[in-house]
Write a protein that binds this ligand. Sequence first.
Ligand SMILES: Cc1cc2nc3c(=O)[nH]c(=O)nc-3n(C[C@H](O)[C@H](O)[C@H](O)COP(=O)(O)OP(=O)(O)OC[C@H]3O[C@@H](n4cnc5c(N)ncnc54)[C@H](O)[C@@H]3O)c2cc1C
Length: 464
Amino acid sequence: MSAATGARVGVIGGGLAGITAALRCADAGFAVTLLEARPRLGGLASSFRRGELDVDNGQHVFLRCCTAYRTLLDRLGVTDLVTLQDRLDIPVRMPGQRPGRLRRSRLPAPLHLAGALVCHRPLSVPDRLRLVGAALALRKVDPADPATDAVSFGSWLAEHGQSRRAVDALWDLVGVATLNATADSASLAPAATVFRLGLLTDAAAGDIGWARVPLGRLHDDAAARRLREAGVQVHTSTKVRSLERTGDGWQIGSEREGERVEETVVDQMICAVPPTVAERLLPAAALDLPQGWSTTLGSAPIVNVHVVYDRTVLDVPFVAGVDTPVQWVFDRTEQSGLHRTHPAPAQYLAVSLSAADDLIRTPAARLREDMLPALAALLPAAREARVLDFFVTREPHATFRASPGSGALRPPSTTRTPGLFLAGSWTGTGWPATMEGAVRSGNSAADALLSAAGAPVRTAEVAT
Ligand SMILES: Cc1cc2nc3c(=O)[nH]c(=O)nc-3n(C[C@H](O)[C@H](O)[C@H](O)COP(=O)(O)OP(=O)(O)OC[C@H]3O[C@@H](n4cnc5c(N)ncnc54)[C@H](O)[C@@H]3O)c2cc1C
């Protein structure tokens, strides 16, 4: 029997961070209750039904180096529902140009990308040569050094000989999608983490993975099943309103459909909610941060434009765009179950638009006017195709804003209040706001809680 048996843990928030933390604590023998405001689990990485179509709230990808997220997928029993490339391969499209690709070779890092970059036609030959120096210098940047967080990625790239064109056609191609910020507005610290871990250290690290099913099947259905099997009490549609310290424990006040529900009393707490909610719920002295820190940290939006065509217009799972407002385009036909209502060859594409400050309030009709011609310019078959459906999903608070200085506003998983721990992709994981960061934060919070409770900490296995 575990040392933790009988001790009660409350987890607020059923995103990836909360799911991970709850499973880890339950596996260690705690009696866990998870409270989630929405009717479903999965938080910012979820899906919903639109008529007969399963729609993700936004296209999500992960990399082979996302070992914590992949370990969670294993724990949820859904690894067979995702695809992971054998070799990093990014088809690149530019209007009026022959298709290109960024594909790694079998050489060790960083040589694995040399061939692809030498042939990256959007860049001039001098720009391609200057990439080498910057890539080697980036390998030496220490993301954990506070001075790194004070600098913008864009200014660092400029200092290292990168032209505007190189930033637009290469660094931002990868950086905007992973940091949800352009190089000019991003902190060097998370940018260095992404490029070093994903592209510059281990050749296989940057291979891209994605779900072959709606995200809800992974992060809601499978997670709910595994949590239940682990003995976690999951209460969805339950919004936490208050968190009170009572003697040695915590009293959680919440409501369901606007009605107060009986308070939950626990011994230890993990708060895995967005930053603004955490600041509201946490005792004032819990964090070593100035009042209003969550507003200062801020958030950044992502918009997805969804288009159903009457025919196949994209013959690969995804492409990245250069010299176009279209950033990344994904084939969503299989995941969405499109052919339940629109027979083949109809195809459903999602255009993922990160760092979308300029687009988050743009009306759908205007996005349609802009995006359909842009898609036709990249995908010749789209010029003749009929659009059967067009809609937009918007996540105004998709990630925290990874600006210079944001690192100092990302607290660790431990707080100054005993028995209270924090999780969430916005906490101090060193990673940008990603699924990997969320799962790592859930693991850190669980590790800290287990160690404070004197329970054995079994570091989660890492997928290879
Ligand atoms: C459109 C989009 C595209 C993205 N693309 C990628 C990608 O390609 N790759 C990648 O790795 N990451 C991507 N991300 C980021 C990734 O989804 C997030 O970093 C991650 O899912 C965050 O998980 P979390 O558990 O930290 O937070 P959240 O998912 O925000 O979970 C917090 C949970 O707390 C709940 N909650 C809030 N208030 C309360 C309350 N009072 N009481 C109870 N519950 C409450 C919320 O409902 C939510 O479920 C994307 C995000 C978006 C929005």
